[in-house]
Design a protein around this ligand. Structure first.
Ligand code: UDX
Length: 484
């Protein structure tokens, strides 16, 4: 007896790579789909699950009501001890994850056969999920967790649709739609010199597997990236911009579950911000993976000491759980840093970033330009000082500064191997905090904030795309499961 697809809620599996920058957007998508009535099962590794359970009120396999639907977490063991050498590099960890992940997912699909799965969604770095979906005749989609412009860059690189730098021509510009990217502004995973070129390889696997997904969901919005959405759509890739997911009003009302791996003292941080005048604090964070050289931390430290601004600075205490960073050492701050900045600075291991960026005391954000941080700041109306390291961050920095008009360039990316000195830090901070440039950035950021709010409101462009996506799933699921 086949299920009555018209009446039963959609049952959607989300399979996430176990990193913060991937779990956050996937969990936000899960909450959106659940609040619109779906039964969502969120799957990632047990190692990430352990962190999530420690910090959040999450119990494995518990069905949590969210809006009109529900959310359940399920974690699989990757079979490796914490110090297993396979974890020390993505080159060894990613193939291992594929092996164990495929077995787990195939078995889980068999176990769930009494209530068929309507759709499986994965995020990048897990291209094999699409293969499992095809083998089991389940419709599948990709949640792309970076920008549409970066997606376009990878797509064009893979299909050789435009010229990219190569060994013979290392410094050529890349023309992507109406934007020209210099050799050091393209996502560097596709460059020979990238420290993480394995991530370029896995992204290419995903681009190759696009024929197996019926849709690519992107955590962006039409008003921000319509050129690139159109540009990629011309190649018959069905792109649906559904972001900024974190701003979706339905999830805010539906559930307070979050995907943090690190616990922070939220109340104390917000109280400290409350004690500061409006637009007076610089927020500094380099995301969850980037680890700057100690010398660079010193220069930023001295820049803050010399500039007299108030600041909230997130300094990571441990490496992320997806794999062990070889040689990770927590940073230390210059001598007399705490004495000299007493009363105007706060250094923490983690903070509630969305709340911090939304706080009226925050004037600007020194960021590594991960896509989640970029979207959060842009759509909360916060100007940025861009300090990218690698991957998509260098491309995001280019867009934040030159296309969206909300940033000042501070760092240039790891490949340049250039130390940004304390005077430069001080100069850029003062430019971003007050004066005509600061005003221009703020006005642009407010424009993007308003456009984002309209996109995620009921009937807005992102909301319509999300509804249309759910209709797409129903139509496809119907094809596979005709009533008997
Ligand atoms: C990684 C890559 O580095 C990035 O280039 C890619 O775009 C996404 O995957 P990550 O370095 O973790 O991302 O940065 P980012 O994308 O900005 O995601 C970090 C997330 O952690 C954000 O959602 C941010 O709000 C959250 N965060 C970070 C906190 O909630 N508190 C903190 O203290 C720091």
């Amino acid at each position: 007896m086949k299920m009555e697809y018209t009446k039963a809620p959609l049952k959607i599996l989300l399979v996430s790579y176990p990193a913060q920058g991937h779990i956050n957007p996937m969990l936000r998508l899960g909450k959106c789909l659940a609040s619109k009535g779906s039964s969502v099962i969120f799957i990632t590794t047990e190692k990430a699950g352990k962190e999530l359970r420690t910090v959040n009120n999450i119990t494995e396999k518990l069905v949590i009501p969210v809006g009109n639907g529900s959310l359940t977490f399920q974690f699989f063991d990757d079979g490796l001890s914490d110090d297993d050498p396979i974890r020390t590099s993505q080159t060894t960890y990613l193939p291992h994850l594929e092996l164990v992940g495929k077995q787990f997912l195939s078995q889980m699909i068999k176990n769930e056969s009494n209530t068929p799965i309507s759709c499986i969604i994965n995020n990048p770095f897990l291209p094999w999920v699409c293969d499992v979906a095809v083998e089991n005749e389940i419709p599948s989609a990709l949640l792309w967790v970076q920008s549409s412009a970066v997606f376009a860059a990878y797509y064009n690189y893979f299909h050789k649709l435009v010229r990219f730098p190569s060994v013979e021509e290392p410094y050529i510009d890349v023309q992507l739609s109406s934007v020209v990217l210099k050799y050091n502004e393209i996502p560097d995973f596709v460059q020979g010199f990238s420290t993480f070129s394995i991530l370029g390889t896995i992204i290419m696997e995903q681009i190759k597997n696009l024929s197996k997904v019926f849709c690519v969901l992107v955590d962006t919005y039409e008003e921000l990236e319509h050129d690139f959405i159109d540009y990629v759509s011309k190649n018959s890739v069905k792109i649906r911009p559904i972001g900024p997911l974190f701003k979706n009003p339905q999830i805010k009302n539906a559930s307070n579950i979050c995907g943090d791996f690190v616990k922070s003292d939220d109340e104390c941080i917000i109280e400290w911000l409350n004690s500061k005048p409006p637009s007076s604090v610089v927020y500094i964070s380099f995301g969850t993976v980037v680890h700057l050289p100690q010398e660079q931390i010193n220069e930023i430290g001295y820049g803050l000491m010399n500039s007299q601004v108030s600041f909230l600075w997130v300094l990571k205490a441990k490496p992320p759980p997806d794999f062990t960073h070889v040689g990770f050492k927590p940073h230390f701050l210059p001598d007399r840093f705490f004495e000299e900045t007493s009363g105007r600075g706060k250094v923490v291991k983690w903070c509630p970033q969305e709340q911090v960026l939304a706080h009226p005391s925050v004037a600007c954000f020194v960021t590594h330009c991960g896509w989640n941080s970029s979207m959060e700041a842009l759509t909360l109306g916060v100007p940025m000082l861009t300090f990218p390291a690698w991957g998509d961050q260098v491309t995001n920095a280019k867009f934040l500064v030159d296309v969206f008009g909300v940033g000042i360039r501070l760092g240039c990316g790891q490949a340049e191997n250039k130390l940004v000195c304390r005077d430069e830090v001080k100069k850029c901070l003062s430019e971003a905090m007050a004066g005509p440039k600061a005003e221009e950035l703020k006005q642009n950021a407010i424009k993007w904030k308003k456009a984002a709010e309209a996109a995620v409101a009921i009937g807005g462009s992102s909301d319509q795309h999300l509804d249309a996506f759910m209709e797409d799933i129903k139509a496809r699921f119907k094809r596979y499961n005709t009533l008997s």
